[in-house]
Design a binder for this molecule. Structure first.
Ligand SMILES: [Zn+2]
Length: 407
């Protein structure tokens, strides 16, 4: 029977859980992970702290991600003032296509003039110019004056907002991290079968369920803004396009997960100090194509190149071959599976290098920078044929260099 990853109750009704919030372009969804109750609690406090961070709001604005309200929030909500005239109050509005537009608030003021008349100032945004006349009429009526006279003597000045606005932007430096911890935790629950029942998992679940912001710090690595925490993963992550990355590792040090939300946050999380077997997986959430996919180290896309270890009868033969090998157009005969393999008599044995390597266990294998290096022993009587000359040369082993294509 399943268990809710947050309250650990069984016998619950599940709700669709977005591991990475939908409002941030998340499309990693689990249907049997979090119960209805916990889902709404997480949404209201844990996810909210992350998706309503001002930086997240900017991300949502740029990528047109509304969330439940369908309309992206305004990261510049609130009141601003004109830098050149701090008495002028303004707002920043989001226009069509997410364009940010400064907007003057409508304000009126009046003062008594020495000749007994009343001077009135009305400030409006250019978009609201049509509102001036009704405002004048309302004020004139209230003051018992003539609206026509006021409109006739009205003077107009234009203020530009080009000099910039000043206002406050308050950045949360702490609470958003709980939303990142949730993502890391749920990725581990999803990928490591027994993790959810562990003591560490239960403690983290409690922190998430009760939104204990101050306890998150014990589990996270980095301040949340520093992409440096992702540096050890530079062989794997390409950062092309708009992608969120989740990198989960389990081994001798326990369980760790790194979360990188494109252009926003990067954080590591220590999810357990217990060992749950060996695992290394990368989840890639492509915001543009709306896809989420998990890659294991074995199924990471690689480009492989081979180098043959050749055998020659004599030193002279070897030297002559090395010479020929330097020619610009030097190549071995190959088919769809790489080099074709031949017998001593020059007969094609019907197999290519990639077919053979698949059936062999490497005699040596090591992690190299950016990929993996393996050596395969090919056995007796296997030859390569040089294109053009048709010369055959005995090959004892091959070295395969696998370079990971960055995700
Ligand atoms: Zn629950």
């Amino acid at each position: 029977m399943g268990v809710c990853a947050i309250c650990h109750r069984t016998d619950v009704r599940y709700s669709v859980e977005h591991v990475i919030p939908e409002a941030l372009g998340g499309c990693y969804v689990r249907k049997q992970m979090v119960c209805v109750d916990c889902n709404s609690k997480l949404g209201a406090r844990v996810d909210a702290a992350l998706v309503n961070h001002d930086l997240s709001k900017m991300f949502r604005l740029v990528h047109g991600l509304g969330g439940k309200a369908k309309k992206p929030p305004n990261p510049f909500a609130g009141e601003y003032r004109l830098r050149s005239d701090p008495d002028r109050k303004m707002r920043i509005r989001i226009g069509p296509g997410g364009r940010l537009t400064p907007y003057f608030l409508t304000e009126t003021g009046q003062k008594n003039l020495p000749d007994g008349r009343v001077g009135v100032t009305i400030s409006v945004d250019r978009a609201d110019e049509h509102k001036v006349e009704p405002i004048v009429r309302t004020i004139a009526k209230r003051l018992g004056g003539s609206a026509e006279e006021a409109l006739g003597t009205m003077q107009k000045t234009v203020t530009s907002s080009e000099g910039g606005l000043t206002g406050e932007l308050t950045l949360d430096l702490r609470n958003f991290k709980i939303g990142l911890l949730k993502i890391a935790y749920e990725f581990a629950v999803d990928r490591i079968p027994d993790y959810v029942e562990s003591g560490d998992a239960k403690q983290i679940a409690t922190i998430l369920r009760e939104a204990r912001f101050d306890e998150v710090e014990r589990y996270v690595i980095g301040n949340g803004f520093d992409r440096g925490v992702m540096a050890p993963l530079s062989n794997f992550l390409g950062y092309e396009g708009v992608k969120h990355y989740l990198v989960l590792s389990s081994g001798g040090e326990g369980v760790r997960c790194f979360v990188h939300l494109d252009g926003l946050f990067s954080i590591g999380a220590t999810l357990s100090t217990r060992v749950f077997g060996s695992l290394f997986e990368i989840g890639v959430n492509d915001v543009e194509s709306r896809r989420f996919k998990v890659w294991g180290i074995e199924d990471m896309p690689v480009s492989t190149s081979y180098r043959p270890l050749l055998s020659f009868e004599t030193e002279r033969e070897a030297k002559a071959f090395r010479e020929a090998e330097r020619a610009k157009d030097f190549a071995y005969d190959s088919g769809g599976g790489g080099w074709k393999l031949f017998a001593r008599d020059g007969r094609y044995i019907g197999m290519d290098i990639e077919d053979v390597v698949k059936t062999l266990a490497p005699i040596r294998s090591e992690i190299a920078s950016g990929g993996m290096r393996e050596e395969f022993c090919l056995g007796e009587g296997i030859y390569l044929r040089v294109s053009g000359s048709g010369e055959i040369v005995r090959v004892l082993a091959v070295r395969a260099e696998h370079v990971w294509k960055k995700l």
